[in-house]
Design a binder for this molecule. Structure first.
Ligand SMILES: C[S@@+](CC[C@H](N)C(=O)[O-])C[C@H]1O[C@@H](n2cnc3c(N)ncnc32)[C@H](O)[C@@H]1O
Length: 246
């Protein structure tokens, strides 16, 4: 098995899958996941171990900063799309449902994590420390939530897992489920600046990580109806975009 397959959560469910660029992608709802042409991951524990190493010890700091940048506040209802193992959701939960001195959660906000992979969600539920987090199977391109259900929508490292034609659809869905005045925070992979660096990353993680979303992301977000767009980078690998639903 290639390093990319082992470390990047190798799409182990080969039933109904095909090989593309050395990785196995699922295209059906076998194993309890959602039916999507997106690239789903399966091995949550391996994924977390890989990403911990891949961020050179900065994973926690980066995701804490993303949580701050999302604009989430105590009591907010947050949706994290493509939540994977729930690492980001847990950080968001500390903000929206902080635990008080007596161990009680005041101002009960909530974080709903949605992912197309049952395997990733299994790991998310295993490692969830906050009662404010819940994890549900679903596809970013057809979110099963009513219009305006959330104060904040976040999504990290998920959009590049969708085929280009579905990215706009997913952002329109995120816009629909946000309440007017709600905030969007997208975190995406920022590849290294050199060709050698990009090749190295692709050899470890797979070809999807060669893609630099920085040029396409602002246009996609605006076209989905968002306003007040602001962008920035976080070392080592993240580019982010914040925007609002009017
Ligand atoms: C690289 S992981 C990112 C996980 C997490 N957000 C993080 O930052 O660590 C991408 C996630 O997107 C999920 N995914 C792929 N296609 C999806 C879709 N159509 N809808 C929802 N999730 C999807 C995968 O299963 C995987 O858990």
């Amino acid at each position: 098995m290639k390093l990319a397959e082992r470390l990047h959560g190798a799409h182990a469910h080969r039933h109904g899958a095909h090989e593309q660029g050395g990785q196995f992608h699922r295209h059906d709802a076998s194993g309890g996941g959602a039916d999507t042409p997106g690239v789903t991951l399966e091995h949550g524990r391996r994924y977390d171990a890989f990403v911990d190493a891949f961020f050179f010890g900065r994973r926690s700091a980066v995701y804490n900063r993303l949580a701050e940048l999302s604009g989430a506040r105590p009591g907010d209802r947050v949706l994290d799309v493509g939540c994977g193992t729930g690492y980001f959701a847990q950080r968001l939960a500390r903000i929206v449902a902080p635990v008080g001195r007596g161990g009680t959660q005041s101002r009960q906000g909530s974080v709903t994590g949605v992912d197309a992979s049952a395997g990733m969600l299994e790991q998310a539920r295993r490692s969830a420390r906050s009662a404010a987090c819940e994890f549900v199977v679903g596809a970013a391109e057809r979110l099963e939530f009513a219009e305006g259900s959330f104060d904040i929508v976040t999504s990290s490292l998920m959009l590049h897992h969708l085929p280009p034609e579905l990215r706009a659809r997913a952002l329109v869905e995120m816009h629909r489920v946000l309440r007017p005045g709600g905030q969007l925070l997208i975190g995406e992979f920022r590849p290294p600046g050199t060709r050698f660096g990009r090749r190295l990353i692709a050899s470890v993680t797979g070809p999807a990580m060669r893609e630099d979303m920085r040029s396409a992301l602002p246009g996609l977000i605006r076209e989905a109806g968002f306003t007040d767009l602001r962008t920035g980078d976080l070392r080592p690998w993240i580019t982010y975009a914040r925007a609002a639903r009017q």
